[in-house]
Design a binder for this molecule. Structure first.
Ligand SMILES: *[C@@H]1O[C@H](CO)[C@@H](O)[C@H](O)[C@H]1NC(C)=O
Length: 505
């Protein structure tokens, strides 16, 4: 039988096809096995081969509506086609971002999709090198790879001195080196300028390429929170890590990066929203900037009190090993000063009571973990104050927005910071009887007891919360009578049985 040329070609083609099919099926089986291995319940570390040497570029900070990420990635790959690049975004960027189609460039979405496993949405699945470089959008990547390698060398040679290295972006505003002290207990981040020419910083102001160990980066609490560097330095400073600023710098493709003022405005607004969300997530309510300006987050007249109803005298923040949010202390001071001024001008005799007197004696201020202010007043003086008189028949909002009311829980008065914000000063009416100050209803508190009237004759001024308030004379004995001996010297939380100062803090 003679085989024509055409038949020959056909036979060869069929054979090649069969071969291809065979290999594809083999490959599929292998992939299937691998897949099964990964989803196998109980297999501990599904996707964690050891990190390999070198660095991955991570791009996190860019805008959907205008960005240069594809340009940056393309020019990086032109210099080094193997360079691993991970672009992370909360949602799929839209309009779509057209990136080079190669396995070393990955887009990672941080928002999980309910049909896919969790590791897909974790960037640490994709960053498989020992080091990671956080690169801002719009970096001019022409000569970037040698510079990044230089950064890596510098990092390796200074590892015992700094956990991060940074190279500034050539920008209209020079990179600023800052000190940063974060106190979660006081809900506060305080930036101060580092001495000029400092190279070791706790935080940076301005844009920079930052390089660190991958395992350090992904061991942070929220490595990819935005704004990326603000968030990063809050976390690293809490760990005592420092940044070394290098003599390397990068340029931007153009400046400003965003081409229209409308886009700039959009980016600024999103940046502000990210800041707010970050501080909310991290529980930071006061930010002191390097120029001394103070930013407050939360606790205004229009917001609810930033902690809920108190159970067992122990506010929820104590269980988080935190003290009263500073904005709440500020609002309490303001309310106390306001109420005391009204009492003084209307002729109601008052004195600092309970924890507030203790705070005055110990700190000349509200106790840093206290949640209200307590004042004693003479019952017979109540008619002198119109606001207290009117509060008898229901709560009233005064001209400054403070709310005066007779408390439902007992025979006392309460002045709230505002209708929305229920931070308050409590006024406890006492009357004299046989030389003792007494009242008709008592709260279940150790300090809520009768006491000799001579403590109030005379009342004495004491610095409290930034002004002078009146206190019982001989207030040390007064406090020791109410709280026990040595109370001024021995700070303790209000209910040590529930949460004591030493326990777990
Ligand atoms: C991760 O951080 C914790 C403390 O925050 C530390 O104890 C632990 O050693 C770190 N792990 C690695 C792998 O660095």
């Amino acid at each position: 039988m003679r085989i024509t040329f055409c038949q020959g070609v056909l036979a060869v083609a069929i054979a090649v096809n069969l071969l291809i099919l065979y290999y594809i099926s083999k490959l599929q089986q292998r992939l299937l096995h691998r897949h099964r291995d990964h989803v196998q319940p109980g297999s501990r570390q599904p996707l964690c081969p050891p990190l390999r040497p070198g660095l991955t570029i991570l791009i996190r900070e860019f805008e959907d509506f205008e960005n240069y990420v594809p340009d940056v990635v393309r020019s990086l790959l032109k210099q080094n086609p193997e360079l691993p690049v991970v672009v992370t975004a909360d949602h799929l960027p839209y309009p779509p971002m057209i990136l080079p189609n190669t396995p070393n460039v990955q887009v990672v979405l941080l928002k999980p999709s309910p049909d896919l496993p969790a590791h897909i949405f974790k960037p640490e699945t994709y960053v498989r090198t020992e080091y990671v470089a956080l690169v801002p959008d719009g970096v001019k990547a022409d000569a970037m790879t040698p510079q990044l390698e230089q950064m890596l060398e510098e990092f390796k040679s200074s590892q015992d001195k700094a956990e991060l290295v940074a190279a500034p972006l050539h920008s209209l505003v020079p990179l600023q080196c800052l000190n940063l002290k974060v106190s979660l207990k006081e809900w506060t981040a305080e930036y101060t300028a580092a001495p000029p020419a400092s190279r070791i910083c706790a935080a940076l102001k301005g844009e920079a390429v930052v390089l660190l160990r991958t395992k350090d980066f992904f061991n942070l609490s929220a490595p990819l929170a935005r704004p990326l560097l603000t968030s990063l330095f809050i976390q690293t400073s809490l760990r005592g890590w420092v940044i070394r600023v290098l003599d390397i710098s990068f340029s931007l493709l153009h400046q400003p990066l965003l081409t229209s003022s409308h886009n700039q405005w959009k980016a600024d607004n999103l940046g502000k929203a990210n800041h707010l969300q970050l501080f909310r997530d991290f529980g930071i309510k006061r930010v002191i900037l390097e120029d001394g300006k103070v930013q407050w987050f939360g606790c205004g007249k229009e917001t609810p009190r930033c902690f809920g109803t108190i159970h067992d005298d122990t506010p929820e923040y104590l269980y988080l090993n935190r003290w009263t949010p500073p904005c709440c202390l500020r609002a309490l001071r303001e309310t106390a000063k306001y109420v005391i001024n009204i009492l003084e001008t209307s002729g109601v005799r008052y004195w600092l009571e309970g924890g507030s007197l203790l705070g005055a004696a110990r700190y000349q201020d509200i106790i840093p973990w206290d949640y209200d202010v307590d004042l004693g007043i003479y019952l017979e003086d109540i008619p002198n104050c119109e606001l207290l008189r009117n509060a008898e028949s229901g709560s009233i909002v005064d001209e400054k927005g403070f709310v005066w009311e007779k408390a439902i829980e007992g025979d006392f008065y309460r002045v709230q910071y505002s209708e929305h914000n229920h931070l308050h000063v409590d006024l406890w009416p006492f009357y004299p009887k046989n030389g003792l100050m007494t009242k008709d209803t008592w709260m279940d508190h150790r300090q809520d007891i009768e006491f000799p009237e001579h403590f109030l004759k005379p009342l004495v001024p004491i610095p409290f919360a930034g002004f002078l308030a009146l206190a019982p004379n001989n207030y040390r004995s007064f406090l020791e009578l109410k709280f026990g001996e040595g109370v001024i010297e021995k700070p303790e939380y209000p209910n040590p049985a529930m949460k004591s100062m030493g326990k777990g803090s």
